[in-house]
Design a protein around this ligand. Structure first.
Ligand code: PMT
Length: 403
């Protein structure tokens, strides 16, 4: 939990520095102790006094302060931090950090700290997309830093594109996630499936669906945040897999079945958010099918029902969670799947509602357990829904293990 954790908030000199005030305020509201380190450039955008009032702590802006500041000098702050957040992170601070340059209080503290570091790049799109910046970001990520990816939208420089600092609420949620019961699933293996499958027609065409992978990737992230060993079996998706999860990428339902069954025997919890194609093309053409005047008839064979197979093979101490994507009779169809496929829980989403289902950031779900408890959630961000699903699955496992 984030309560009483020491967060060192590094504020650098970008126009988005004003948003750091709200970040500091929100962090304090959720119970964190916030210590702000500002670069010299940041003080041109926001005053030190603002942060001092908001956080109730001294604000550090220079290496060469009064002796009264000894208790917040760079080594002390580096040691004190449970987590360091740099928001906004300019191209300049990212470049310095990636190259070990320590020429002010913030960069010196960054070099000295062993705490996890989150950074939220915010800058002009061209600067962000510049290969040098991208290489620096990748380098920091490869060293274990966590990037809070910039949003796209209207930028202060008058153009629209990637480079906006995400909303303070989203940044603070990310930081809260870091502290969520980070050990509560330690020792457990969680297998998550995500995104849709592609069923080939010929070398260039396929039958697919609109699943983006957002729901499944959020589930994988939530389990990872709780300390589980996570295997994410994913159909094609444009998303970046959460750091620290083992990703298995594939395309077809048959390949997904093989991957899932291979991982299943020593898995504690399976959460199947993937939208698996129910049918595949019988005779996949070896070469690209040429357009002809007559109609094209494809014969489709039924794909294996992976979830059903898992239900049949399920051991007493395994928890199996399915999803149901329905446009009508949501509860009836979901209940039917829960029973027929021997699931412990099913997440029923009404994909006919705007903002819910395929390729949206939010979802509208009811979670039904085998003992017919129904948890109805309001329209929520998929990341928050994922947390509820993972926590419920963990409780089910605990119940089973207690016998
Ligand atoms: O990826 P997003 O864009 O974020 O969208 C999320 C989602 C809408 C895809 C997700 O929330 C969701 O509902 N996933 C399940 C979609 C689906 O295929 O539902 P279904 O009712 O057809 O399948 C029921 C369950 O059986 C699912 O757990 C599915 O993974 C599984 N299944 C289905 C067919 C099959 N051949 N094998 C399976 O294992």
């Amino acid at each position: 939990m984030i309560k009483d954790k020491n967060i060192v908030l590094g504020v650098t000199g970008g126009i988005a520095a004003y948003k750091a005030v709200e970040i500091a305020s929100r962090l304090r509201k959720v119970g964190a102790k916030v210590h702000v380190v500002m670069t010299k450039a940041a003080t041109s955008f926001v005053t030190e006094l603002t942060f001092r009032e908001i956080t109730g702590n001294p604000v550090t802006t220079t290496m060469w302060g009064e002796v009264a500041n000894w208790n917040v000098e760079h080594i002390a702050l580096a040691k004190l931090a449970d987590l360091v957040l740099i928001a906004p992170a300019t191209a300049n601070v990212i470049a310095k950090a990636a190259n070990g340059i320590a020429d002010d209080m913030l960069t010196t503290m960054l070099l000295a700290t062993k705490a996890p570091v989150y950074f939220a790049p915010a800058m002009n799109t061209n600067m962000l997309e510049n290969p040098v910046t991208q290489e620096n970001i990748r380098k920091l990520e490869s060293l274990g830093w966590h990037q809070i990816e910039p949003d796209s939208g209207y930028l202060a420089c008058g153009v629209s594109g990637a480079g906006r600092l995400p909303e303070p609420s989203a940044i603070v949620e990310r930081i809260e996630d870091h502290f969520i019961d980070s050990d509560s699933m330690k020792g457990l293996k969680v297998l998550v499936t995500a995104a849709g499958t592609y069923e080939p027609i010929d070398p260039v065409r396929y039958i697919g669906n609109r699943s983006s992978g957002k729901m499944g990737y959020a589930v994988a992230e939530a389990a990872r945040n709780r300390g589980a060993e996570v295997v994410l079996v994913s159909g094609p998706s444009a998303l970046k897999p959460p750091a620290g999860v083992r990703i298995i990428k594939l395309e077809s339902a048959c390949d997904m079945r093989d991957a899932v069954l291979a991982e299943y025997p020593d898995t504690d919890i399976v959460i199947k958010a993937a939208a698996v194609a129910d049918y595949r093309v019988r005779n996949v053409a070896e070469n690209k099918i040429k357009k002809k005047d007559e109609e094209l008839v494809l014969v489709l064979d039924k794909n294996p029902d992976i979830l059903k197979e898992l239900g049949q093979l399920k051991k007493p101490n395994q928890v199996l969670v399915g999803f149901a994507a329905e446009t009508r009779n949501l509860m009836e169809y979901a209940q039917e799947k829960l029973q027929k496929k021997n699931l412990d829980m099913i997440v029923a989403n009404d994909v006919s509602k705007p903002g819910a289902g395929f390729n949206t950031d939010t979802n509208l779900v009811k979670i039904i357990t085998r003992d017919s408890d129904v948890k109805e959630l309001p329209m929520m961000d998929k990341k928050r829904i994922a947390e509820v699903i993972v926590d419920m699955a963990k409780e089910k496992l605990q119940e089973k293990c207690r016998g």
